[in-house]
Design a protein around this ligand. Structure first.
Ligand code: DAT
Ligand code: MG
Length: 147
């Protein structure tokens, strides 16, 4: 079953949106298989956002993601990588449709509430970066056959 890495960013944690965000993915039918509230080191932040190293906003991005606790998660389910991206909305909340997480809760690209892996390759890389193997669980839910 496909897995993805999702993270409520520091702005989402401060704004008490962890429950709202977890709830959206639960109601959709996805399964939470790993989660932790944590502070992010600069080293982890820089590895996570390595693809943006040369961008002008890289420093601000690392400052922001290390500025307070984040809620890191692994979610599992059918097509969860691209469906979670659709549920998040466009990167810039100004362009994100109403009904998406960024469309409903954010107004600026610098603080856009949530991160989600953008491909199978990045999901694998990011899950490995943020979680150890024993922090990602595998368990049956009887509801799964109805989804
Ligand atoms: P996404 O988070 O949708 O995968 P991304 O990988 O292109 O978007 O960028 C990572 C984060 O960097 C994004 O969530 C917010 C920040 N960011 C992207 N473009 C930016 C810009 N032009 N100015 C400031 N921050 C930006
Ligand atoms: Mg990205």
């Amino acid at each position: 079953m496909e897995k993805t890495f999702l993270m409520v960013k520091p702005d989402g944690v401060q704004r008490n949106l962890i429950g709202e965000i977890v709830s959206r993915f639960e109601k959709k039918g996805y399964q939470l298989v790993g989660a932790k509230l944590m502070n992010v080191s600069r080293e982890l932040a820089e590895k996570h956002y390595a693809e943006h190293k040369e961008r002008p906003f890289f420093g601000e991005l690392v400052d922001f993601i290390t500025s307070g606790p984040v809620f890191a998660m692994v979610w599992q389910g059918n097509n969860v990588i691209s469906t979670a991206r659709a549920m998040m909305g466009k990167t810039n909340p100004v362009d994100a449709a109403a009904g998406t997480i960024r469309g409903d809760f954010a107004t600026s690209v610098g603080m856009n509430i949530i991160h989600g892996s953008d491909s199978p390759e990045s999901a694998e890389r990011e899950i490995g970066l943020w979680f150890s193997a024993d922090e990602v669980l595998s368990f049956e839910k009887t509801i799964q056959r109805w989804i």
